[in-house]
Design a protein around this ligand. Structure first.
Ligand SMILES: Cc1cc2nc3c(=O)[nH]c(=O)nc-3n(C[C@H](O)[C@H](O)[C@H](O)COP(=O)(O)OP(=O)(O)OC[C@H]3O[C@@H](n4cnc5c(N)ncnc54)[C@H](O)[C@@H]3O)c2cc1C
Ligand SMILES: NC(=O)c1ccc[n+]([C@@H]2O[C@H](COP(=O)([O-])OP(=O)(O)OC[C@H]3O[C@@H](n4cnc5c(N)ncnc54)[C@H](OP(=O)(O)O)[C@@H]3O)[C@@H](O)[C@H]2O)c1
Length: 247
């Protein structure tokens, strides 16, 4: 089935760190006032032709849970300074964007494993925020651990929100690890792969991985070497790789 096309107004913009921005979208089209998706799925945002040479789309994971069907949160990185990110960073509150969806193969599964491990770098945390919120809205049947990799202190965000979730939900814990920490950081240092390598076992564990492409490969290899368990990550289609996928 072809995904539907939606119009949304940018309700709120929050700068979380240099080159990292949170966008809250509000659905305005009377025919499409709610958006249904699975926790972890993404949308394809249309990029204006003035930025891209031809009209194109870029995919962004929803960081909000499906229960927020009229207000959607995106987490954007400007790191690559390509057409898509530049276009979205130029938008202001009140501006309109068009998107279609839902898309994506990375979504929460009803696994028989009782332990969930989320491994993310950078904005790869977005789908896990959606999944985490969705799980914690129910009586959680899982023990959830998040390992999140960022570069240095200036890149750190969402720590208070994650700590508040950990404080109020004993089933959830997280570690943020910095690969290029300066002297002020008192937390974990190194890459997420270093933390994953120290896992004692993958028994009764389902692993979800999202972020830097080589990190996904490396984490998969490390987990596989420890034993058999399900590992979920985005399966990229040809159109997603090239950023072109017309409505
Ligand atoms: C399912 C999915 C979910 C995603 N979710 C998120 C998310 O939640 N948040 C997020 O920030 N991103 C997410 N992404 C990535 C996002 O879709 C974009 O790829 C990202 O924003 C970069 O797009 P861009 O247009 O800015 O850069 P692009 O135009 O794709 O360019 C990327 C880099 O390549 C360079 N480049 C481009 N074309 C050429 C060329 N011809 N020759 C040499 N260099 C070139 C650019 O200068 C830039 O440095 C997701 C991707 C997928 C597939
Ligand atoms: N659904 C999806 O598929 C989805 C959703 C959201 C985001 N994304 C993707 O996630 C990425 C986010 O980019 P970002 O700029 O925010 O951050 P990023 O590049 O993902 O994260 C930077 C961190 O990743 C580390 N890293 C790089 N390669 C690694 C490896 N092989 N093993 C372990 N750690 C590694 C870096 O360590 P060093 O400092 O040592 O290099 C640094 O700490 C983008 O590529 C985006 O497309 C995908």
């Amino acid at each position: 089935m072809k995904p539907s096309r939606y119009s949304a107004r940018i309700e709120e913009i929050r700068d979380l760190a240099p080159n990292i921005r949170e966008l809250t979208l509000s659905l305005v089209d009377p025919d499409h006032r709610t958006f249904h998706f699975l926790p972890g799925q993404s949308i394809a945002v249309e990029i204006e032709p003035t930025h891209a040479q031809v009209s194109s789309v870029r995919y962004y994971s929803l960081a909000s849970p499906p229960s927020h069907a009229t207000r959607l949160t995106l987490l954007l990185s400007l790191a690559d300074q390509g057409d898509g990110a530049t276009y979205l960073f130029e938008q202001s509150e009140g501006d309109m964007v068009q998107f279609h969806g839902p898309h994506g193969t990375l979504h929460l599964r009803a696994t028989e494993q009782k332990n969930i491990l989320f491994v993310a770098t950078g904005t790869g945390i977005a789908p896990f925020l959606s999944m985490l919120s969705a799980i914690l809205e129910t009586t959680p049947a899982y023990v959830i651990r998040l390992i999140w990799g960022l570069r240095s202190e200036r890149d750190v965000y969402y720590q208070e929100e994650l700590q508040a979730l950990a404080d109020t939900n004993p089933c959830f814990s997280f570690v943020t690890t910095l690969s290029r920490a300066q002297s002020t950081w008192v937390g974990e240092t190194g890459r997420v792969t270093d933390v994953v390598a120290r896992l004692p076992s993958v028994e009764d564990l389902a692993v979800y991985v999202c972020g830097h492409r080589t990190m996904v490969q490396d984490v998969t290899r490390i987990v596989r070497a420890k034993g058999h368990c399900p590992i979920y990550h985005e399966q990229f289609s040809k159109s997603q790789k090239h950023g072109n996928d017309g409505v």
